[in-house]
Design a protein around this ligand. Structure first.
Ligand SMILES: Nc1ncnc2c1ncn2[C@@H]1O[C@H](COP(=O)(O)OP(=O)(O)OP(=O)(O)O)[C@@H](O)[C@H]1O
Ligand SMILES: Cc1ncc(CO)c(N)n1
Length: 267
């Protein structure tokens, strides 16, 4: 069985972060492992508290994982502080981790800030150069490039700029800001649109985490970058189309929509 690791924050409400990542990886057929960077007290309406683990403890989690079950692919989500980012980058280099997907998480769907101002620069300097793929949404793309994204052409220009700067593929996600569900992949000097059908579902908590974890699972299984994104778009469309409706705010998706069997039946 192929294996994948998520390095991210825990979401107590289970729809985003580590929980979304593990559910997604399992649903996509890989063995999931996690190194938790922070605990969030969070639900569908917002984040009320964040408790970071120490950089030292995060390093110990990563040592345990990489010296035992080596991951075929790694996804990095929420990391709030610079010293934790330094630790992750050091360990990824030390263990020569492969198939690295960085989701530059900055703000939750509910509006809460998940990274400190100065940590964004460390993310760019330390982690981006190690990434095979970056998956910014539109606001994150604006922060990373310093330019406003108002059109599809702006997305192409910005993705090209980031890709050339960090020598990696860039998936600029249009979802719930621009272009409906159309995402732009810039890879090896060319671009390709992934045109998803917009699903009329207000429950989009954790869509970014879910997409990046599905891509990571596909890379772990040996699919190309383009095929990995293609399959991940299919998966997230299915999870949104299942129309789960939980919580008082923007609720989570049904990560298990594709694995219904006798064990999942209700009484
Ligand atoms: N209503 C929708 N219908 C279909 N696809 C969607 C919809 N909303 C988002 N997506 C898709 O979900 C994926 C995640 O994109 P999105 O822009 O929501 O990420 P994000 O903003 O990083 O997520 P998060 O809110 O978790 O931080 C993209 O592939 C996007 O196109
Ligand atoms: C822990 C965590 N990571 C990422 C996001 C972004 O959706 C979130 N809301 N919570």
């Amino acid at each position: 069985m192929k294996t994948a690791l998520t390095i991210a924050g825990s979401d107590s409400s289970g729809g985003a972060g580590i929980q979304a990542d593990i559910k997604t990886m399992m649903a996509n057929g890989v063995y999931a492992m996690s190194a938790i960077t922070a605990l969030t007290a969070q639900n569908t309406t917002g984040v009320t508290a964040i408790q970071n683990v120490t950089a030292e403890f995060l390093g110990q989690e990563l040592d345990c994982i990489f010296t035992d079950i080596f991951p075929d692919a790694v996804k990095i989500g929420m990391v709030s502080e610079s010293d934790r980012i330094h630790m992750i980058a050091g360990k990824l280099r030390q263990y020569r981790a492969k198939n690295i997907v960085v989701d530059p998480v900055m703000v939750a769907t509910s509006g809460a800030r998940l990274i400190s101002e100065e940590a964004v620069d460390v993310l760019k300097e330390e982690l981006f150069p190690l990434a095979d793929l970056l998956t910014p949404n539109i606001p994150e793309t604006e922060v990373l490039t310093g330019r406003k994204i108002k059109s599809a052409d702006d997305m192409i220009e910005a993705a090209k700029q980031i890709s050339e700067q960090y020598h990696c593929a860039v998936l600029c996600k249009g979802g719930h800001k621009l272009n409906d569900a159309n995402d732009l992949l810039y890879v090896n000097g060319t671009y390709q649109w992934f045109e998803g059908k917009r699903i009329d579902n207000p429950n989009t908590h954790g869509t970014g985490c879910t997409l990046s974890s599905a891509i990571t699972s596909n890379l772990a299984k040996g699919f190309s970058m383009v095929e990995s994104v293609n399959r991940a778009k299919d998966y997230i469309s299915g999870a949104l189309a299942a129309m789960l409706d939980l919580g008082k705010g923007s609720g989570p998706m049904d990560h298990g929509f594709a694995i219904k069997n006798s064990y999942t039946e209700e009484a």
